[in-house]
Ligand binder design. Structure first.
Ligand code: 5AD
Ligand code: SF4
Length: 432
């Protein structure tokens, strides 16, 4: 029996794509191996959002080409495939296939004709979601893509190039996937998209469907206990969606809504045309709908031209919003983006200093929030055992990690009394 090896880098959309690729290969009779040397087909499912991510892929390719069986088929799918195109074959001549994020359903072609070099980095369709077989069983958290691509064109971002223009899936297809997940093990549904709250589908009767409707549809299913969505763009946070936080208890009180920078000047040069007042106003509306809602953000430091004063404004906004579970990155110039050719690129040492200062502040805020949870009882979702096998890892409604002593038959959803906290995680005891 032939074996496949797949390694996924990057975002949740990639994790989902990797699961679908594995399901497709299994449906063709292949089995999965975690040993590259034993595999007949090797797939790297790749991320190109920062230069470091792309470099990681090429160093993994270098390692794998020495470790693999001589006749193993070997290739990349996802965003680095789209970023590099035919150039990937030049850099790694052993590669057999290079398939972009919207063409990995063509993977079986290489199994049919292994002697060819397969290159497909076309954009423009979401057939892959519907052409590929479903996973047999869903994990407890089912990631369901509802849209792909992004029309915002932030000047630093390669995503509009790698994943293309925004396309939303038919809500009937989405709901079919939600129902399949809910009947095969999912208790949490996470709707996914690069610009997930921009989801918009106009059907043949001219009726427009929005994310709020998908949330309401998923909430009707008894086995679905928790719903969330990621990642949101501030100005697409429409009132119908904000209202879901008021009316739908299954929707978690947690929202990832990246601000990227606290400086209006930097935001303008990033082509993110919202004012801080508007952003804060959206958060006020969210808090009015769900007083305990917590917000997470992504930040970029060292964007071209960012002054000390611009950076100080980013530090100020973290204090004002009290973001939790956030990510911060040094600006990384990417091909096909406008910011890569802007003047005043910031030296690496300044980027590193700013990142360290921001991370320290974000960690401090996270610790304060974690500590404020001690003594509360929260309904949490079990993610499985930790590496030692001595503990179970749960997720709170605010997506903090909560560590619990292992017990037999740990419930998938449990009420957990939080007993201790540090900056990275909580500890707790199951109370029922
Ligand atoms: N450099 C650094 N960070 C980036 N991101 C996107 N593009 C870049 C880049 N060129 C970050 C943004 C985004 C997250 C997924 O990655 O913060 O929200
Ligand atoms: Fe990239 Fe997000 Fe901006 Fe879209 S909204 S261009 S995905 S950073």
């Amino acid at each position: 029996m032939k074996k496949f090896f797949i390694q996924t880098f990057g975002c949740q959309m990639n994790v989902y794509d990797g699961q679908r690729i594995a399901a497709m290969l299994k449906s063709r009779g292949l089995t999965e191996t975690h040993d590259v040397a034993d595999a007949d087909i090797i797939i790297l499912n790749t991320c190109a959002v920062r230069a470091k991510a792309t470099d990681k892929v090429f160093s993994a390719l270098g390692r794998i080409r020495r470790a693999k069986k001589a006749d193993a088929l070997f290739g990349i799918v996802g965003c680095v495939a789209r970023e590099s195109g035919a150039d990937a074959f030049r850099r790694i001549p052993e590669l057999n296939f290079v398939l972009g994020p919207q063409s990995y359903h063509k993977l079986p072609d290489i199994l049919e004709s292994p002697e060819t070099k397969l290159l497909n980095i076309d954009l423009g369709g979401l057939e892959k979601f519907d052409e590929m077989p479903q996973m047999e069983r869903s994990p407890a958290v089912a990631y369901i893509p509802i849209q792909e691509g992004c029309d915002h064109c932030c000047t630093y971002c390669i995503v509009p190039y790698t994943r293309g223009r925004e396309v939303s899936r038919n809500p009937l297809d989405v709901m079919r996937d939600v129902e399949h997940a809910a009947t095969t093990g999912a208790v949490e549904i996470c709707f996914l998209g690069q610009n997930v709250n921009g989801y918009k589908y106009t059907d043949k009767n001219g009726v427009t469907h929005r994310l709020s409707e998908l949330i309401a549809g998923a909430a009707k299913l008894d086995t679905v206990k928790r719903i969330r969505f990621t990642s949101s763009y501030p100005t697409e946070m429409t009132d119908d969606l904000i209202d879901m936080f008021r009316t739908e208890p299954k929707l978690l009180p947690f929202l990832n809504m990246p601000i990227q920078s606290g400086s209006p000047d930097v935001l303008r040069r990033m082509n993110r045309p919202y004012s801080l007042d508007l952003y804060i106003n959206i958060i006020d509306k969210l808090k009015a709908a769900r007083p305990d809602i917590q917000i997470s953000s992504d930040f970029i430091v060292g964007f071209p031209g960012e002054t000390d004063n611009d950076f100080a404004q980013t530090m100020d906004i973290t204090d004002k919003i009290k973001y939790i579970n956030s990510y911060s990155f040094k600006y990384s110039p990417r091909p096909h983006t406008a910011a890569a050719v802007m003047k005043d690129q910031i030296p690496e040492n300044i980027k590193a200093e700013r990142l360290a200062a921001l991370d320290a502040r974000l960690n401090e805020i996270q610790r304060e929030f974690n500590e404020s949870c001690v003594g509360r009882t929260l309904s949490c979702l079990c993610e499985g055992p930790d590496k030692t096998g001595r503990h179970m890892v749960y997720r709170t409604p605010y997506m903090q990690q909560c560590i619990v002593a292992t017990c037999d038959n740990a419930p998938t959803i449990a009420n957990i009394k939080i007993t201790a906290a540090n900056k990275a995680s909580l500890r707790g005891e199951i109370v029922d």
